[in-house]
Design a protein around this ligand. Structure first.
Ligand code: SF4
Ligand SMILES: [Zn+2]
Ligand SMILES: [Zn+2]
Length: 309
């Protein structure tokens, strides 16, 4: 297999692009695609202060690495979720990445700041771990960005993530979520910080190849709670289709963004947002979903400790 650019030995074949690249040309291609996504969606300006959500996995470390190499003004935010060894390893990789590059890192420990880690939260709520975890991650990323005066929040979601989310939203006709599914979600209120996904055009395999070729030391193990998650079912289904028809994932997401979502914009409900009476973040009700969830979890934990104590 030969590199499409220099005819040297190729390290990676990209069937959806009908091309193959050697290491330097692949890294050049990868950066160009990310840069194109950032420009096309006006994700951020060179002097914007960016808060990057960093889990320690290949996607978020690849994104942080890209932003640092391109001298963006960025800081990482890692949330320690309290999921056993997985969380400890994730934190270790994130911290050593930051140390090696002298990058600034903020860490929020869920149990220390809010009283429970993900497993305890899930037990108290009697809900699957991902539901409380996902809501907490989104909320904390936005809240920290707001409190600390960042202009934009950047997340490492890749094309596979976006295609799986889109598939889930379409299968369940989640109209509100579809309208919000954008690579750059603008801020529509002071407390809601703009949210961007610069890697959304790159597949999981392409991001992993970039991370490996750049020598990024990321956590390879998956979160133990991801086994059986619905998003994995969708990802596997999309992988099967992609194998038979390369380019399907990209076509699915880009056609939605170019043709379907703009039509939805006009039918998007104009929610009457106000401030959460507990934390001040934007909400449609009195108390935001995050504060409601934690109130419930703490009350149930207290009740069960009284019953068992
Ligand atoms: S798989 Fe679920 S519990 Fe694990 S990090 Fe992701 S959202 Fe959280
Ligand atoms: Zn080459
Ligand atoms: Zn709140």
């Amino acid at each position: 297999m030969r590199c499409t650019k220099c005819k040297g030995t190729a390290s990676i074949e990209l069937r959806r692009h009908h091309s193959a690249f050697c290491k330097p040309h692949y890294l050049e291609f990868f950066d160009r695609q990310v840069e194109r996504a950032i420009r096309r969606h006006k994700m951020f300006a060179p002097d914007d202060h960016i808060l990057v959500g960093v889990s320690g996995g290949k996607d978020s470390l690849t994104l942080w690495d890209y932003l640092l190499r391109n001298e963006y003004n960025c800081t990482g935010l890692h949330i320690h979720l309290g999921i056993g060894d997985y969380s400890d390893n994730s934190f270790d990789r994130t911290a050593s990445f930051a140390r090696e590059r002298e990058a600034s890192l903020i860490t929020v420990d869920l149990a220390e700041s809010y009283g429970m880690g993900v497993p305890e939260l899930s037990n108290a709520l009697r809900r699957v771990p991902c539901s409380g975890c996902g809501l907490s991650k989104r909320y904390i990323l936005n809240k920290e960005a707001f409190d600390r005066g960042f202009d934009v929040v950047a997340m490492g979601h890749n094309l596979d993530d976006e295609a799986a989310t889109l598939m889930g939203n379409v299968l369940h006709w989640e109209v509100g979520s579809l309208a919000r599914q954008q690579p750059a979600l603008p801020s529509n209120r002071d407390t809601l910080i703009k949210r961007v996904k610069p890697l959304y055009t790159m597949t999981e395999r392409e991001v992993a190849a970039n991370a490996i070729l750049r020598g990024i030391d990321y956590v390879e193990e998956e979160c133990p709670n991801s086994v059986g998650a619905r998003s994995i079912v969708y990802k596997n289904a999309l992988d099967d289709i992609e194998a038979k028809s390369p380019g399907t994932k990209h076509g699915f997401v880009s056609t939605f963004l170019d043709r379907i979502r703009p039509v939805m914009e006009t039918s998007q409900e104009d929610f009457d947002l106000r401030e959460c009476t507990i934390c001040g973040q934007a909400t449609t009700g009195e108390v935001c979903a995050f504060c409601r969830m934690w109130q419930q979890a703490r009350a149930k934990k207290e009740k069960s400790s009284k019953t068992h104590g």
